[in-house]
Design a protein around this ligand. Structure first.
Ligand SMILES: O=C(O)CCC(=O)C(=O)O
Ligand SMILES: [Fe+2]
Length: 287
């Protein structure tokens, strides 16, 4: 089974449909390759300073450069790309909200072997979420072309329906080949892993993951993005980063204050909001 490709003109509904059926989808050339080149320029000094991974799973020839909201203006735009956010919103609509889970450039150098096949939702202490109950959605923007040879992500389409905690050897996987500027989306329940890089150049992707807002974020946005930078960011982005009540009641500051007030005293409201509104969303989700 191959990964389905959608054109940049696809709707978020179409992406959501494919994610529901296959657990993965590629949107071809969603942005111009020059956008990823610009992000690369902004991030180059940070990538250069990033150490290789300490273990086989992180990748001993792989660099993971995070803090992208603070470090790259271009990545901020990718994080709030409306088509992606629309699809993620539908996929995670059974939750009262979703948030940014992590930001990371994954640079895989030549010679790196294939990563162990896994589910990203195992990050949540291997909790056995019910089948069909998605808690996260990953996006991987191609910063270089992704080819089978250079370590394109290996995915098993439709494996979001498999049993949990399987140890798979990779034989059923297919490579998420795509051009620079394209984006691979996959659910937290999809079995996948980075491919082996058998080429002579580095494979690079911008990994932006979103999760339901009642789970802990993998990358701590409050600490990764200094307050003086946070104060300059658009409200929508701040909300996505977690300056928001995480669900009906999570994440307030002292006297039921909206956490965004800490960054933007001119915005925010006291209290938890209307319980009936929160209940209505959970009772009639898209998925
Ligand atoms: O870089 C990739 O292709 C995927 C990496 C991945 O799946 C992970 O680190 O969880
Ligand atoms: Fe992964």
């Amino acid at each position: 089974m191959e990964i389905r490709h959608l054109p940049a003109a696809a709707s978020s509904e179409e992406i959501f449909q494919v994610l529901g059926e296959d657990g993965a989808a590629i949107v071809d050339r969603l942005v111009e390759p020059a956008v990823l080149d610009r992000a690369r320029q902004e991030l180059d000094p940070f990538i250069a300073a990033t150490p290789f991974g300490p273990d086989g799973f992180a990748g001993r020839r792989t660099k993971r450069t995070g803090g992208l909201i603070a470090r790259s203006k271009t990545c901020r735009d990718l994080v709030v790309h409306p088509l992606v956010l629309g699809a993620v919103d539908k996929l995670l609509s059974h939750s009262s909200g979703f948030q940014l889970h992590l930001t990371q450039v994954i640079s895989i150098d030549p010679g790196e072997p294939a990563q162990k096949i896994h589910r990203d939702q195992w990050a949540f202490a291997f909790f056995p979420f019910p089948k069909g109950y998605e808690v996260s959605c990953n996006t991987l923007w191609a910063m270089t072309d992704f080819t089978e040879e250079n370590g394109a992500t290996r995915v098993i389409p439709a494996s979001h329906r498999f049993d949990d905690r399987l140890e798979l050897d990779g034989t059923e996987t297919v490579p998420a080949e795509m051009e620079k500027g394209s984006v691979l989306l996959y659910t937290g329940s999809l079995y996948h892993g980075a491919g082996a890089n058998r080429s002579t150049h580095t494979r690079r992707g911008v990994n932006l993951t979103y999760s339901v807002s009642w789970l802990r974020q993998e990358e701590n946005q409050y600490l990764a993005v200094p307050l003086e930078i946070a104060r300059t960011l658009p409200i929508d982005l701040l909300r996505l980063m977690g300056y928001s009540r995480g669900a009906y009641a999570l994440g307030y500051v002292d006297d039921l204050r909206d956490p965004i007030e800490v960054v933007r005293p001119d915005v925010g409201s006291i209290g938890l909001g209307d319980l009936d509104t929160a209940l209505a969303r959970v009772k009639s989700p898209t998925a």
